[in-house]
Design a protein around this ligand. Structure first.
Ligand SMILES: *Cc1c(COP(=O)(O)O)cnc(C)c1O
Length: 452
């Protein structure tokens, strides 16, 4: 019963993705064209995405087969291990049982390779030669570079300038996998040149980098665009996380009382949560499912559920989601992967419908939990993932006070080996706690698109 590492056999890796759109009580409102503000059509999307991914984006089939070739690559590191955090539990002196699903075993260091592999595969099948994308902290850029390399595609990554300078080794990794990495805003696109004309010192944002990558893809016949989070097909590809976790917990006769994931655009959270949301909808399970975000970018907890643009230049579709406003300028917090102004429409709808909860945390609390985790469980968590750890710790301490013995599972979305400078800042005591002011959210929200 009391295993530390709960493993599945290679043959037990899921062969299908779970599509929550088959079962949600309310589907999100459809995405709109950024210029016409009419619902997007297949041909609108076909300029930048292959047809198979467009089909997945709108599918309401419950199960979608994972292509054999994709499974073969995912098996290089999957099924990912699930650990029981015995040493952390002991340090907290809690009766709670804490489990973590470790996605840092992927060669790119995070869950993002779960979707970069199928995305590169479907683009290759469609005859595409090159993919353009953006990256914030560099996790997605690394994962897509790796995938493009596997399938012989060229890869261009627009990397948010502040990270380009702060995380030089993420850039090196992408270069090793053969990708071209451009600091964004750049002079390579109209979107980039416009930003630089207004502010030549701009350090960039994910919204700006998305505009550059989308423009690149839309203006070249041989090039498509790939997004590492937010979209329905990305959340779909991540559901192998939750499916594996369920099977692993079942192996030790567990079912979680609480499921936790860090939430940027929502993909690792979705991947862990959706198979458990299914049980809530279909079997009336009472599981608490918690999305955790930074107080500096509090999309769910302080944003508005509204139609908004996906990027600064208004090239990407308008989506119905929780948003802080498309020109939201995130402060330079260290969990770079959690700095997007919007949120997956699927995750947003679940939050709106009360099927999941959300919590926002400031940085020092997050790093305190990260350091405790590293010292007890030995794995150095990505600062993004540490948001989930902090909430697991808080819930475990609540169990200590109430005497309840709950079962808690969290998604440890990646390792923090490229984030050591932020650990240094934490250890030196120079990390600032910052809460994005409500007034600035209000200002940004004045610029939401007007739709009927
Ligand atoms: C990108 C990233 C996140 C945030 O993105 P989601 O789409 O919300 O999952 C979280 N953790 C890690 C390690 C990441 O690389």
């Amino acid at each position: 019963m009391s295993l530390t590492k709960i493993l599945l056999d290679e043959k037990e890796m899921p062969t299908r993705w779970y599509n929550l759109q088959a079962d949600m009580p309310n589907l999100p409102k459809p995405p709109l064209h950024p210029q016409t503000k009419q619902p997007l059509t297949g041909p609108d999307l076909a300029a930048i995405f292959p047809m198979e991914l467009i089909k997945q984006e709108v599918s309401t089939e419950r199960w979608i087969d994972i292509p054999e070739e994709v499974q073969q690559i995912l098996k290089l590191w999957r099924p990912a291990p699930l650990y029981r955090a015995h040493r952390l539990e002991k340090a907290l002196d809690t009766p709670a049982r804490i489990y973590y699903k470790y996605e840092g075993v992927s060669p790119a260091g995070s869950h993002k390779a779960n979707t970069s592999i199928p995305q590169a595969y479907y683009n290759k099948q469609a005859g595409i030669k090159r993919l353009a994308t953006e990256t914030g902290a560099g996790q997605w850029g690394s994962a897509l570079s790796l995938a493009c390399n596997f399938f012989g595609l060229e890869c261009t990554v627009y990397m948010v300038k502040v990270s380009y300078h702060q995380k030089p080794y993420r850039r090196s990794l992408m270069n090793v996998y053969g990708a071209e990495v451009i600091a964004s805003p750049s002079d390579q696109t109209n979107a980039g040149r416009q930003i630089l004309a207004a502010d030549s010192d701009s350090m960039g944002s994910l919204g700006i980098a998305i505009s550059e990558a989308v423009e690149d893809a839309a203006t070249r016949e041989d090039t498509n665009y790939a997004l590492g989070s937010v979209l329905n097909h990305v959340c779909l590809h991540q559901t192998i996380i939750g499916q594996e976790t369920k099977a692993q917990l079942a192996r030790v006769d567990e079912y979680p009382d609480i499921v936790i994931g860090a939430c940027g655009g929502g993909s690792n959270f979705a991947g862990m949560a959706f198979p458990f949301v299914y049980d809530k909808i279909k079997e009336g399970k009472k599981t608490r499912i918690i999305a955790v975000e930074p107080a500096a970018c509090p999309t769910l907890t302080k944003g508005k559920f509204a139609y908004d643009y996906g990027d600064v230049a208004k090239l990407a579709p308008i989506a119905m989601m929780y948003t802080l406003g498309h020109d939201f300028m995130p402060p330079g917090i260290h969990a770079g992967g959690l700095r997007y102004h919007g949120e997956s429409p699927l995750v947003s709808q679940l939050y709106h419908d009360g099927l999941i909860e959300a919590k926002a945390l400031t940085q020092n609390a997050v790093f305190e939990a990260a350091a405790l985790f590293a010292r007890t469980e030995a794995i150095l968590p990505a600062p993004e993932s540490a948001h989930a750890i902090r909430v697991a710790v808080e819930e475990a301490l609540a169990c200590k006070h109430s005497g309840e013995s709950k079962s808690i599972v969290l998604c440890l979305s990646g390792h923090g080996h490229f984030d050591l400078s932020s650990y240094d800042a934490y250890l030196e005591g120079s990390l600032e706690d910052y809460e994005y002011p409500a007034r600035m959210v209000e200002e940004s929200l004045k610029k939401l698109p007007v739709v009927d």
